[in-house]
Design a protein. Structure first.
Length: 154
């Protein structure tokens, strides 16, 4: 028995419905209540939305494309950037339903995605089926006499 192919129009409709923001509250709902997020956490956002709306070729061997790590959450920079993307998406979806998504793509997703998938980005040694543990940048403690010169020194 063959499985029917997913309906791309239905899938797109579901994704676009998430952009519409919260439905009008029922009369018994508190008008001052915070709107519910479309996704409860960054993992749901990445797995349930982001990977479905991004259409990028994944680099594989000599095939050019972006470098993506299936264990994105294991890279501190990626986790921080994708968390920020999720929060910005939720805020713009609710507070600016007219142009918020365009702003999100231009001002948030495009620069973060470029940084994550760049040749020097956190996914640079990963691939669609390969994860490489992140390596923190080298650091030496700053001397106290340097820190004391800063305006917020205690």
């Amino acid at each position: 028995m063959t499985t029917p192919a997913p309906d791309p129009v239905a899938d797109l409709t579901t994704l676009l419905d998430q952009l519409a923001g919260p439905d009008e509250p029922a009369p018994e709902q508190d008008q001052a209540a915070e709107p519910e997020p479309a996704f409860r956490d960054v993992d749901q956002f990445v797995a349930g939305y982001l990977v479905h709306v991004l259409e990028r070729r994944i680099a594989s061997g000599p095939t050019p494309g972006i470098t993506w790590c299936p264990r994105w959450w294991a890279h501190p920079e990626a986790l921080s950037r994708l968390y920020a993307l999720w929060r910005a998406w939720e805020t713009l979806r609710i507070n600016d339903p007219g142009t918020g998504m365009s702003i999100w793509w231009r001002d948030h997703l495009d620069p973060h995605l470029a940084a994550l998938t760049a040749d020097y980005g956190p996914f640079n040694r990963c691939g669609p089926t390969k994860h490489t543990e992140p390596r923190p940048l080298p650091v030496e403690p700053a001397p106290q006499e340097v820190l004391a010169q800063l305006p917020d020194a205690y």
